[in-house]
Write a protein that binds this ligand. Structure first.
Ligand code: SAM
Ligand code: SF4
Length: 335
């Protein structure tokens, strides 16, 4: 008999949110995320679309109600819509409350209608600047008009969008007020992300580190930031901007602890389950997934993993060594 019991860890936290990286590949190369000449994983190491569906469905059976597909860039995974469509059955059954996606928006125009048809109602689009030249520089070759067209197509399809921007010192810090006005003017929430020390990329990452406490202080001189108790169970803390009426989120993994309310785990595209974004504790789900057609071994591995979910994270940019504290790349873990 396969276990159907909810996933509750040692600290009483119930795991209801799974973030799944469906590929480590991407059609862009954001400077803070990837090296230009990235070596991607061999295809045989990746979970197949069927395996991704099996593992996601196992989590849904255990009480996961929110599922987010990410990457790499989820929309570059060949056949990804087969997976989205298949996972949509859990929305229809009511087991899943939300199926969402984090995307760079580059291919969104092509997929917007199909995503909406599968029951996707909300997506996060990462966009660090509104300036075409800066966008090209940050992403190494991206064309911002594709992203903007993708956003419009998704909105037309009835999908709500949240814009996410990584705050980068000397890159987009002067543009943040304009981006807030743009996002809120288009009916989108806007969230700022502090740079996280993950993966080896060229350049000195500490060069671009911009504490969001400083950004918030500066924004408070221009806008009225009203505290909000809006929460998504994730690391973002929100305020309402009185002047725009829109919601502004701050994700500050380096300077804050948000672990006590953590309800999430992450699955990499190779089937490794990470129990905490900032810790190396992980469990391999690919071997149990491939060991048999039934899901007993998979559920046992999930139980074993959740029992080891750590209390909290351990981020630090090692300024002396100038090395990221975690060697994992964000595109493998899933941002
Ligand atoms: N390709 C998709 C995208 O860009 O939205 C999904 C994957 S991406 C890894 C997810 C999020 O992680 C993006 O918002 C990206 O800006 C963010 N990210 C990547 N590397 C980061 C880093 N070192 N620090 C903070 N955020 C990072
Ligand atoms: Fe690709 Fe997203 Fe990483 Fe940019 S942040 S390189 S779009 S995976």
């Amino acid at each position: 008999m396969v276990s159907q019991s909810p996933l509750i860890d040692r600290f009483g936290r119930k795991v209801t949110y799974l973030r799944v990286s469906v590929t480590d590949r991407c059609d862009l190369r954001c400077v803070y995320c990837m090296a230009e000449d990235m070596t991607f994983l061999p295809k045989r190491d990746l979970l197949t679309l069927e395996e991704l569906d099996r593992v996601c469905s196992a989590f849904v059976a255990r009480g996961v109600t929110r599922l987010r597909l990410t990457g790499g860039e989820p929309l570059v995974r060949k056949g990804v819509m087969t997976l989205v469509k298949s996972l949509g059955r859990h929305l229809t059954s009511g087991a899943l409350k939300e199926l969402t996606l984090t995307t760079n928006g580059n291919l969104l125009k092509t997929f917007a209608d199909a995503l909406a048809d599968c029951g996707v109602r909300r997506i996060n689009v990462s966009l660090d600047t509104l300036d075409p030249d800066r966008f090209r520089a940050v992403t190494r070759w991206g064309d911002i008009s594709k992203v903007l067209n993708g956003i419009r197509a998704a909105q037309r399809a009835g999908i709500r969008i949240k814009l996410n921007a990584v705050a980068l010192k000397g890159v987009n810090e002067d543009e943040i007020p304009e981006m807030i006005r743009f996002a809120h003017g288009e009916g989108m929430d806007f969230t700022l992300i502090e740079t996280m020390p993950m993966g080896d990329v060229e350049g000195d990452r500490t060069d671009h580190y911009l504490p969001l406490s400083l950004v918030r202080e500066r924004l408070a001189q221009r806008f009225t930031l009203q505290d909000s108790d809006y929460r998504t169970g994730g690391p973002a803390r929100y305020v309402t901007v009185a002047e725009t009426g829109g919601r502004l989120g701050f994700i500050t993994p380096l300077s804050h602890n948000f672990c006590e309310s953590c309800n999430r785990v992450r699955l990499t595209c190779t089937g490794t389950l990470y129990l905490c974004l900032g810790q190396e504790d992980a469990a391999d789900l690919r071997a149990p997934l491939r060991a048999s057609e039934g899901d007993e071994a998979l559920h046992a591995a999930i139980d074993g993993a959740i029992a080891r979910k750590p209390r909290g994270h351990d981020f630090v940019i090692d300024r002396a060594q100038n090395r990221p504290a975690l060697a994992r790349h964000m595109n493998v873990t899933g941002g």
